[in-house]
Write a protein that binds this ligand. Structure first.
Ligand code: ZN
Length: 222
């Protein structure tokens, strides 16, 4: 199954994508990782094209699409891909449809995590990270150090109110057309409204599975 995850920064779509990968099959795809791999391999046919990333320039849809198209041919993505952070534009969404259709596949499912601003702010402003193992905690857990590595927890510099407002705005502007695109086309579209900060990742996952059951999608799952 090929799944597109939509959701603002801080919505937990990476976490949910990983859980769904285990439950539904398929593998999460990170465009960042694909770019990094190509940049480390001078013999890769896309190596010259991805140099723009190093120069810090804006990466065009065309280049992102080429990198994704190359990436999803790898055997580990044969049983399906969970896309998180791609597509970001209509151009990318159309390109993804073409790529998958060329492989006899399609976007089967879109999961839209509609997390309220209050919850996003609560999560991001209180977010603490272990610099060593990268585990994420929340200020309200009252931890000063990582329980596993004893390392002092830190806040991320981009988790401040001004940056969050900007990131959410960018997300809304770019995603609204995508929501439209997928709602008016074939994939099963699941929206989850999350306005309770006390919901755990497993709670949200349970709700997603519940909705998939309602839509009759869980029978198809191996
Ligand atoms: Zn740690």
């Amino acid at each position: 199954m090929d799944i597109v995850m939509l959701g603002p920064p801080g919505s937990g779509k990476g976490t949910q994508g990983n859980l769904l990968a285990e439950q539904l099959g398929g593998r999460p795809l990170s465009t960042g990782d694909l770019f990094r791999e190509i940049l480390q391999d001078e013999s890769h046919p896309l190596y010259p094209k991805v140099q723009v990333v190093k120069e810090g320039k804006l990466v065009s849809d065309d280049i992102v699409n080429l990198v994704v198209e190359d990436g999803i041919q790898k055997p580990e993505y044969r049983d399906g891909v969970i896309f998180d952070g791609y597509p970001r534009t209509i151009g990318q969404a159309e390109a993804l449809d073409r790529m998958l259709s060329g492989m006899g596949r399609q976007v089967d499912l879109v999961i839209d995590l509609n997390v309220s601003r209050e919850v996003l702010f609560y999560r991001m402003l209180g977010r603490q990270v272990c610099p060593k193992c990268k585990q994420v905690f929340h200020r309200d857990q009252g931890l000063k150090n990582c329980p596993d590595c004893k390392e002092a927890l830190v806040y991320r510099s981009d988790d401040n109110e001004e940056t969050i407002v900007k990131r959410l705005h960018e997300y809304e502007v770019s995603t609204l057309p995508l929501q439209h695109y997928y709602r008016s086309s074939r994939p099963v579209y699941v929206t989850l409204t999350i306005d309770d900060a006390s919901l755990s990742a497993m709670d949200v996952n349970g709700q997603i599975l519940e909705k998939l059951k309602e839509k009759g999608m869980l029978q198809e799952i191996k």
